[in-house]
Design a protein around this ligand. Structure first.
Ligand SMILES: NC(=O)c1ccc[n+]([C@@H]2O[C@H](COP(=O)([O-])OP(=O)(O)OC[C@H]3O[C@@H](n4cnc5c(N)ncnc54)[C@H](OP(=O)(O)O)[C@@H]3O)[C@@H](O)[C@H]2O)c1
Length: 269
């Protein structure tokens, strides 16, 4: 089995890499990836022995990821598990106008790039899971904005809506948009998963493939600690368990194209 995790140098991504390394066997390879070579190497050093082989590789989701997909295709012919987990850290004091370009480049265009590059590589029974959030549903968005995320039928159209939102933020046209940029960003990720899974539903069903978004729940990571008191929230290792089950357990058809938390579908609208 071949597995890949983006943003695996700390937090949930590191826990997912470790969990996969433990649950898989020496015949399997886990690609622990991140944007910084030093941090990737340091994270790979911490991986347990005895399970899957772990390879640290630089993969910056803010840039092109198709070269890395091609590398995996040449080395292995395909991929079995992909976790799109990378996220740009921001804090409550960050001005949305200043960060929105980088934020959408990593979290949203990075997600659609990952989906575009890696979905075609999925082997039979493969899983492509985008780590989103329960904030990624329309219940957190003003109704006047819902159509922007329900009408697109391609990833390009999702990207175009995210670009419109980014441009509104940059220009200070906040309108009905929530102040917390994580909300539209996570909704955009879930909408992208929904669109792709809808396009591929028939063949994914026939081939046992699952494309879904997942919410790990509130975790105690340095990123969430910037916003909330997470001292009593689950550790990333604990939060990783249901996501690892989603990646390695049997596919439940109702999960296809949906946002899943603890094995249950969270309604998008
Ligand atoms: N924390 C929570 O309570 C919570 C709740 C719901 C959902 N989530 C979601 O869970 C996921 C993981 O969150 P987390 O709290 O574990 O985040 P985190 O601790 O901030 O880790 C984020 C990871 O993404 C990497 N990253 C940043 N920019 C990147 C880029 N351009 N290319 C590749 N990697 C990049 C970071 O690498 P560097 O070390 O180089 O910065 C880091 O390894 C995110 O999608 C988040 O939205 C988290």
């Amino acid at each position: 089995m071949i597995a890949l995790i983006t943003g695996a140098t700390q937090g949930l991504g590191l826990a997912l890499a470790e969990g996969l390394a433990r649950r898989l066997t020496p015949r399997d390879t886990v690609y622990l990836t991140g944007r910084d070579a030093g941090r990737v190497a340091a994270a790979a050093e911490t991986m347990p022995a005895g399970g899957a082989r772990v390879r640290g590789e630089v993969l910056d989701v803010a840039g092109p990821v198709d070269r890395f997909a091609e590398l995996l295709r040449q080395r292995h012919g395909g991929v079995d598990v992909v976790f799109g987990n990378a996220v740009m850290r921001i804090g409550p004091d960050d001005d949305p106008r200043a960060i929105i370009d980088d934020y959408t480049r990593v979290n949203n265009f990075g997600t659609t790039r990952l989906l575009t590059a890696f979905a075609p590589l999925l082997n039979d029974n493969g899983r492509l899971i985008v780590v989103a959030s329960s904030l990624g549903t329309l219940h957190h968005l003003a109704p006047v904005l819902h159509r922007r995320f329900t009408e697109p039928s391609t990833l390009d159209e999702i990207d175009a809506e995210i670009a419109r939102w980014r441009d509104d933020m940059k220009a200070g046209r906040f309108g009905a948009w929530p102040a917390f940029v994580n909300i539209p960003s996570k909704i955009g990720q879930v909408a992208a998963v929904r669109v792709l899974a809808r396009q591929r539903r028939e063949s994914d069903t026939a081939r046992g493939i699952l494309i879904a978004a997942a919410c790990p729940g509130m975790m105690n990571t340095p990123s969430s600690a910037l916003w909330w008191d997470v001292s009593t929230a689950p550790t990333p290792d604990r939060a990783a368990v249901p996501l690892l089950d989603l990646a390695l357990g049997p596919v439940r058809p109702e999960h296809r194209g949906e946002l899943v938390r603890d094995g249950e579908v969270l309604r998008f609208s």
